[in-house]
Design a protein around this ligand. Structure first.
Ligand code: IPE
Ligand code: IPE
Ligand code: MG
Length: 257
């Protein structure tokens, strides 16, 4: 009999999450939307710990879309402050846990101070290896494809490339996340079933998992359910469901204290 697959084999290499539902979570509690964003930061910490414990190599979190600037000014400013505070507060922990942090998106619209802090955090964690944590901030899938096209267009202008030489593989090399495994699982919390301009190109073949759970309530159990569903959809090991079950039991969830 062949051996059962290892946990490493059933766990997706790259998970991307659209963290949606903070506003509704707060509203249900009679609080301001920004209260939900703060609670959402705790859910981020849990998700990162889950990914790290279970051998996920890349975790990409959609924190702020290129369309989110349209929100009320006050909410945008709270989100920017929160981004700054969380970066400052969590950096040491991320670094101590061998996590590499990368921000994807158009950072030119952020304040100088935030841009500096991002660059410092990326530099400090650049050599870490256990998990790559990508935070998508001022990110849009259409922006991503456009900026890759611009890079190729510049190469054509400089005579380094002809337009006929442009292939999907080549364009993909200039997208965000190009150096990482392609996302194999995209999770969206909050119940909406759309991509909202997230990883439009990179998620072409990803499994999509939608859950009504609001982001601040996202915990190890919900993450586990998504991973289990992913493993079952893959069916690449030809196992029985009992065999799969015994592998799944090795996934580490932690009881919240
Ligand atoms: C997601 O939660 C967080 C961001 C987009 C920044 P929302 O703020 O979209 O929460 P809902 O969808 O309004 O409940
Ligand atoms: C998607 O959520 C963006 C993030 C989670 C950062 P939104 O709440 O902005 O998406 P829509 O507006 O429902 O499509
Ligand atoms: Mg939303």
């Amino acid at each position: 009999m062949t051996d059962l697959p290892t946990l490493q084999q059933i766990v997706p290499k790259h998970v991307a999450i659209i963290m949606d539902g903070n506003g509704r979570w707060a509203k249900q509690r009679g609080k301001l939307r920004t209260f939900g964003h703060k609670a959402g930061a705790e859910a981020v910490r849990r998700a990162v710990a889950f990914a790290r414990r279970n051998g996920i190599q890349s975790l990409t979190l959609f924190a702020f879309s290129s369309e989110n600037w349209r929100r009320p000014e006050k909410e945008v400013s709270v989100l920017m402050d929160l981004f700054m505070t969380v970066l400052k507060r969590e950096l040491k922990q991320l670094h101590d846990n061998d996590i590499k942090l990368q921000i994807i998106g158009d950072r030119s619209r952020f304040s100088e101070r935030l841009q500096r802090r991002i660059a410092e955090a990326e530099q400090k964690t650049a050599a870490n290896q256990l998990l790559t944590l990508n935070v998508a901030a001022n990110y849009g899938g259409q922006w991503d494809i456009t900026q890759a096209a611009q890079t190729l267009a510049r190469q054509v202008e400089q005579g380094e490339l002809t337009s006929e030489q442009i292939t999907p593989e080549q364009l993909a090399q200039h997208l965000q996340l190009a150096q990482q495994p392609t996302p194999d699982l995209v999770i969206r919390t909050g119940g909406e079933c759309r991509m909202s301009n997230f990883l439009l190109w990179q998620a072409a073949y990803a499994e999509l998992y939608f859950t009504p759970v609001l982001w601040p309530d996202f915990d190890d159990d919900v993450f586990l359910q998504a991973v289990v569903e992913f493993a079952q959809r893959e069916r690449r090991f030809g196992l029985t469901s009992e065999q799969l079950e015994s592998v799944i039991q090795k996934i580490e969830t932690r009881v919240e204290e």
